[in-house]
Design a protein. Sequence first.
Length: 416
Amino acid sequence: MIDWIMLGDWAEFAVRWLHVITAIAWIGSSFYFIALDLGLLPSTDRRQGVHGEAWQVHGGGFYHIRKYLVAPDRMPDDLTWFKWESYATWLSGFAMLVLVYYVGAEFYLVDPEVMEIPAWAAIAISLASLGLGWLAYDAICKSRFGDDNSRLMIGLYLILVVLAWGYTQVFSGRAALLHLGALTATIMSANVFLVIIPNQKIVVADLIAGRQPDPKYGKIAKQRSTHNNYLTLPVIFLMLSNHYPLAYATEWNWVIASLVFLMGVTIRHYFNTMHARRGRPNWTWAATAALFAAIVWLSQAPGARPWLDAAGAEEAGLTGAAARYAAAPGFEEVADIVLGRCSMCHAAEPGWPGLGHPPKGVVLETPAQVAAEARRIYLQSGLSRAMPPANLSYMEPAERAAIVAWVRAAEGRAGG
């Protein structure tokens, strides 16, 4: 008998692995060519059309690299195009979106407390947002507004802030940040597929035919490449965020996502400046640290989550033996809450349809198991609303507050 649940898990694992591999290849080549282009020195042989050159050493060998503003006198037959890294990253990422968020829409995409809509409607909104998002971005870049790159970047950032807020009004917090990253990644891949590569092919065709290429194609490709440069790091953060509830399961998750894009700018500005040999703007690291500190604060900001007690939430960095949690005030109440709200999934034999094993291998069927998983429960269901997913078992705000009070009492006893 075929175990479809097991095969589904392995399919998700395989696609996730492929996505990581292709993303590494794309980001690696992108960052390399950005650093190479910015660090070129004037050519020593003064050949016609040679804009710059660089000597590099790697793997025991030496490389002499030249960049031509247009093209060499003779176009090589074995010209290498860097494009499939981008395409494969998007295709594998979209496959992950389908396997996790579309197939598992009830768990990960729809949150009735945010917007009570059927799974098919949420999936339709997801697909439409990716397609329309690209079309809107492309139209803005091609408009007169896009003629000024600085103005364009500021305008696009404000639009991303609005989109971050908009996604959190439709999807679960986890899906909202993931979709913001997916939309950004779609823009980046579409830039390669629909703008950068086609423009380069036009230039190559003109050169082969002996025509003078129109410089506008290079200018447009450069603009889109610059956007991809600054969007790369925020996309990585947003894709990783679905594993960290303190990033996505808070009321300020859309603000957190907005600040992440600014961190991408500060970090890339440092490396772009350094590679261009214009010094090392170390202030960017202070700015990045300040932005990240703001993100940490927002994840536990007082008043951000009314289900917490008045003192607000503490960072989830708890340690200690399970016995300490079992002996803390409020444990019996919390054990009853967890057994009632979580055990249908977190059981050796889950009772929830479609689950063949407890999520993340966490079993919560006895008070002892609840005490042993105190830190995870505190993080997933106390400090944030990550669990139960989409609050499917209707955990009440007072119950979340009880979890927080229990763990804080245990930690307070340990410290006192």
